[in-house]
Structure formats: C-alpha cells, structure tokens
Design a protein around this ligand. Sequence first.
Ligand SMILES: Cc1ncc(COP(=O)(O)O)c(C=O)c1O
Length: 421
Amino acid sequence: MIEAAGRLYEHNAPAARLYMTTTHFLMTRHLDTQLLHTGSPAFDPDTGVAPVNVPTVRTSTVRFASTDAFAQVMRRRRAGERIPSYGRQGMATHQALQDAIALLEGGSRCFLAPSGVSAISLAFLALVKPGDHVLVPDSVYGPVRKLDRSVLRRLGVEVEYYRPGADASEIRLRDNTRLLYIEAPGSLLFEMQDLPALARLARARGVTVVADNTWGAGYLYRPLALGADISVVAATKYIAGHSDVMMGAVVAADAELAARLDDTHYALGLTVGADEASLALRGMRTLPVRLAQHQRNLEAVLPFLARHPGVARLWCPAWPEDPGHELWRRDCQGANGLLSISLNTTDVMAARRFVDALALFGIGYSWGGYESLVSLVEPADLAAHSAYARSQPVVRLHIGLEHADDLIADLRQAFAAAGLE
Ligand SMILES: Cc1ncc(COP(=O)(O)O)c(C=O)c1O
C-alpha cells in the first residue's frame, strides 16, 4: 500500500456559498463539493427552472441590443469585466469552465487554449522578450524543446536545461533570467521538483515561475499554493478525462500576470470550441472520483510490478523507494495512474514483445483518460541528467479504471509472452 492513502484528497478552498435553491445555500470549503456545483446555471425567474448542466453555447459572434448596449459592453470590458463581445472570447460554457479551473488551481484567472502545448506556448510568449534567459528542467515534456528550437531561439530567447530534482543551490539565475519553468513530476520518469524552494529563489530575484501541472490536474498538486506564479495544465488529460478533448489552460496567480496573459491570449487569437469546453466541464465534475480510482488501481499494480522479476526499477513518486517520494508526500495530495518501469533486460525486442502482448493497455501517447495506455519510451526523449540505466528499456504505463485484477493479469501475461519472467 502506498502512503498517501490516509490523506487522500483533503482539499480546502476559500469558502464558497453554494445555492441549490434561490433561498437556501450552504457554505463550504470543500473543493470536491465546489467543483460539482461551480457555474451551476441560475434559475429562470419566470419559470423557476434551471438545468443541472451549463448549456453548450455555440456562437461565433455576439449581438448587441443597441449601439448604446454595445458602448456599455465595451466600457465594462475595459474596466475588466468578463462580458463577451465576440465569440472568440467564449460564452457561458467557457466562463463556467474558466471559473472551475481557476478554482481548482487556486488562481485569479484562467485562459483557455486549444491544446496543452498551445497553453504552454501562451505562458512563454506572454512573458519573454529578446535577450531573456529561461530555465527549463531537462525532464520537460518533449514539445517544449520544440518550442525552444522553433520559436524561442528565433526570438532571441535562450533556454537552459537544468537537472530535474535540482535543489535551489544548483540553479543559476542570471541577471537576464525571466522565467523558471517547472514540470513536476517529470513526463517520463516522474522526477519531483522542490517547487517551494525554487519559487523562493526565483521570487527573490523577480523571476516568474511557471509550472506545468498536467500530472496534478490542479487537484493532486497545487503549484500556485506552493509558490508558482502561473500554472499550465493540459486539460486534454485528467480534466477532460475521457480521451475525447484537446485543450489547455493557463491560470495566473495575480492580476498583473493575468493582464499580460490576457493581452497575449488575445493577440494569438486562442480559443476553444463550446463543445470542447462543455466536455471538459463535464470531466471536471468527476475528476476527484476518477483520480481516487486511478490511485487505488495504481496502489494495486505497484507492488505487483515491484516484485516482478521482469522489472528492474519503478519510476513513480508515490512509490516509497522513488527518489522523489519525500517531496511527493510533502507537496502532493495523492497519485494518479502514471508510472514507468525499467525492464530487466537490455533486449529492446523483448520490450517490444511486452508492449505488443498487452491486451488492455492501448499503445499510445497521452494519458489521463479512463483507459489504460502504454508507451515504449525512446531513450533519446529521456533527460540527459536522469539516473537510469540507459541500456534497460523504459515503458510508461497509464493505469486506467479497469478492474485492477484484470490489469495485473494482463501485465503478468505480457511479461510471460516477452520472456521476462
Ligand atoms: C506534461 C504534459 N504537458 C503538456 C502536454 C500537452 O498537452 P496536449 O497534448 O493537449 O497539447 C502533455 C501531453 O502529453 C503532457 O504530458
């Protein structure tokens, strides 16, 4: 049994007043309850009826009742009110989702983008200018390197990669360092970062801290509470939760950063469809229960893998022998379905046989949906700094919501099929 279980998902949010009728309300600080009811549509004053779900408002444009109404909307928008004046800004569905993600992350404002990668790009482009220096962990999600090579370098921004898990004394901030990027845990070997210590260092030098919080989905890990200034999440994964949506979100801790993000978001023309927003919002309602079940299944699978002779090493911060375990216990509220294993072989063909023999684990990128997935990690994609045996193939698993006994049976037969026993 892994250790987080006792304090699984204990979340307090700022107290909110939830109305279930127009006359009765409940004050609650429980994030789980708030997530279920945030954005609930108001009752129709005429009929006294309201739908449970936020309607999916699809529109490319907005009509104004008069030129006077138009002028009023523009004035209120300039004063900071979030009234849509054009479809790209999104309507009620988008706003309900933005509010739910901002609530989850504990931030002041949320911006939606058409994918996790576009959300990451938004955060970078809102902050950097030519001549800036940026620090990124070597374990970073691969396409961030592409953003570096294809865009940031061309704009005269220098990206330096630091050792994942580096403590603050190893981080070299320069006079022109503008942004310290964190992804915890890392994408392939799940290296934890000491976010509070890195954020203290950065804050003292006026460096903005951006965290990719896709692993934590705002629920297992709360970077803004730990000292980050901006949290980015690929809602494609656990937030939407059903492998049917591409979406990203950027959440700012304060109003000044929100204003910068707002400007760049507008300039880049980023928007998401109402159907996607609706699906992501639906996913959020069940995020806590899905994550709890992913963790329960992970807790069942980890000891099986740890004992299996086909496994040389487990990579999962929830596992007590993982180097990031203490940080995970300190900073995370639980685990999800992700882990990697180094196979006990140097034969890549045996690793391929293992992956091919799995029946319930689909071979594919991504994770965070209800289903189990597997990918054979390319050695070139692993951080240069990682302490792993390069000769042993690494396989990443996403433990889905299938019955844990079936997942274990599937893994057992795949090890046997690959001759890894
Ligand atoms: C850690 C992390 N960040 C960001 C992304 C990008 O999300 P998307 O696929 O929605 O662009 C991914 C996708 O795998 C991811 O794993």
